[in-house]
Design a protein around this ligand. Structure first.
Ligand code: AMP
Ligand code: MG
Length: 279
């Protein structure tokens, strides 16, 4: 299976989110049916991240965007769980601070980009500057319209610095969002996640979908592709994201660094030390 092919937004084609089924689960009968593959993928992700870290020459930037309750947090938890925390980082992007707002919109983003060997997940990103900012007219159209080009140039530059970029839009339905808000109301330990704006923002649902469609259409590139992930079913969302990450990391063809010492010589030293102990 090649999930990159299935879910990629192809450059030059206009995205229509209405035509993408958020309930899609491929040929899997359900969560149980996919469990074995999920296990296998976790082990593979762990190994590939280890190789990326050891090689220390490339990096992986994962960008997550979604409507509220779209599953960004759950995806981060699932994808990072098998990885070694030493080589991973999550970066959240909130409403810009006054310092951030007094710089260009990519300033805070660039300094959060991964260094060699690292996996970084952006929980929201510079795309907010063509999403929430556009929907709520936080800057004039003449300003946000230019940002698609700036974003593409910026991402091309990162890619040129051996940063592999994969961007996921977690696609849920409007009804599924309402269901997830309900679950938050029902579970006391999720109350902290509820914000007064959640229900109010639903009146802008169509505007957001349109803004997402333009961001996906204008900013999917060979070096930084967008993937639309059917995300109504959390287990399938996790599976699809992990599958695409594995395919991407395998494509990066990491090479373990050559040893910096003569291993045979070191073996001899070790043997001599053992001899001393056993005497
Ligand atoms: P959360 O991720 O739920 O903690 O919420 C973060 C909030 O920050 C969301 O409402 C985002 O829309 C908002 N946000 C993130 N980046 C920006 C930005 N560049 N401009 C305005 N609002 C933003
Ligand atoms: Mg929120």
């Amino acid at each position: 299976m090649d999930y990159r092919k299935i879910f990629e937004v192809k450059p030059g084609k206009k995205v229509d989110l209405n035509k993408i089924d958020p309930d899609f689960t491929d040929d899997f009968a359900g969560k149980k049916d996919a469990a074995e593959l999920v296990e296998k993928n976790s082990a593979l992700l762990k190994q590939l991240q280890y190789e990326l870290y050891a090689e220390n020459r490339q990096s992986l930037l994962i960008i997550l965007q979604a409507m509220d309750a779209g599953g960004k947090d759950g995806t981060i938890n699932h994808v990072l769980a098998p990885m070694n925390p030493q080589g991973c980082r999550v970066q959240n992007f909130k409403v810009p601070s006054s310092e951030e707002a007094s710089h260009d919109f990519l300033w805070r983003v660039h300094r959060a980009a991964p260094k060699n060997g690292e996996v970084v997940i952006f929980n929201r990103s510079h795309y907010e500057d063509v999403l929430v900012v556009r929907v709520h007219d936080l800057v004039p159209k003449t300003v946000w319209r230019q940002r698609y080009d700036y974003i593409n140039d910026f991402e091309r530059m990162l890619a040129g610095h051996n940063t592999r970029i994969v961007k996921f839009f977690l696609h849920i339905s409007k009804e599924e969002q309402l269901k997830r808000f309900e679950e938050r109301l029902d579970q006391k330990d999720k109350h902290w996640k509820i914000s007064a704006a959640d229900y109010k923002e639903r009146q802008f649902w169509d505007d957001y979908q349109k803004a997402f469609e333009d961001a996906l259409t204008n900013c999917t590139t060979e070096f930084a592709p967008w993937y639309v992930i059917p995300a109504n079913q959390k287990w399938f969302r996790n599976l699809a994201v992990s599958q695409i990450l594995i395919e991407t990391l395998q494509d990066m063809k990491m090479k373990m660094p050559e040893p910096t010492v003569d291993i045979d010589e070191i073996r001899k030293l070790a043997a001599a030390e053992w001899k001393k102990i056993k005497k």
